[in-house]
Design a protein around this ligand. Sequence first.
Ligand code: HEC
Length: 291
Amino acid sequence: MRSAFFLFCAALLSAAIPATAPQRVTLAVERSSPQDVEVSGDVPGIPQGAKRFVRYEDLSRLSQVAFTVRDDSNFSGPVKLSGVSLDELLRALGVDEGKQPGKQLIAAICDDGYEGHYTAEYRAAHHPFLVLRIGGAEPAKWPRGPDGENYGPYLISHPSFSPAFHVLAHADEAQIPYGVVGLRFFDEAAVLKDLRPTGAVASPAVEGYRIALQNCLRCHRQGDIGGTKSPFGWPQMALIAQGNPAAFGKYVLRPNSVNPEANMPANPQYDATTIAALTAYFRSMATEAKR
Ligand code: HEC
């Protein structure tokens, strides 16, 4: 009687779960290899402030994408890349079942403090993917980059990239970090709240915000998000923009003209209006900090 009942339930269950149940990845509490990717943030099953680890083998079992990529500046020529799209990864982590489906911002944390950012809008336009194989080979057999860079443990690339937007002299820029050790998941609306300028929807500060979000945030930090390549976070940049806007603008344009030892890349493509927008944005952040 009991076993008949069990069979009945099993039949019901197998009817309810489609044969191709979506693959999920296992979140380990401890790192098992340097090749594990660290996962944190707004992910079901990860307590606030905690980290979990996903194995390369588990990522390899997810649905893969493969492209011959011709325009990734980390490579000197066309290259076959395959791996897991960031959207597939969101699904495999169960993230898109959250309160705001499709509205996550993913940060790719690199071993040198650099951080790449992937908004929902960016992912829809460019389909970024976490690279698991280069030329069909696993990480242990990856070549070095044109400048001797070690691509691993992970890099992020795109099938192809053309700018989806322009803000003044800033063109939508490919977020193609290598040396990616971790992925952090944010509720996009919540994390951008601390970065958004208040006030008019169309203003120089709002244009500056959109540029800063894609450019400056990769190395400069604001609260929970942003790279740590620069020791100066948002509050310090805001103070410089407010206290000495000319020096701020000069630094953004050509850091080397101010400090010969500067590591920050130059932005010679930015015209005066673009620099003014960035300055207006960071100045507005200083005013907010004082409130
Ligand atoms: C690839 C990393 C990177 C990006 C992107 C970046 N910075 Fe920087 N920035 C740095 C580093 C590193 C420093 C510390 C000094 C140095 O080495 O240049 C710095 C320093 C600065 C300073 C302080 C200069 C001083 O010493 O007074 C300002 C202001 C600044 N950055 C503004 C910006 C703005 C605005 C953006 C975006 C338009 C930006 N940075 C994008 C890496 C970056």
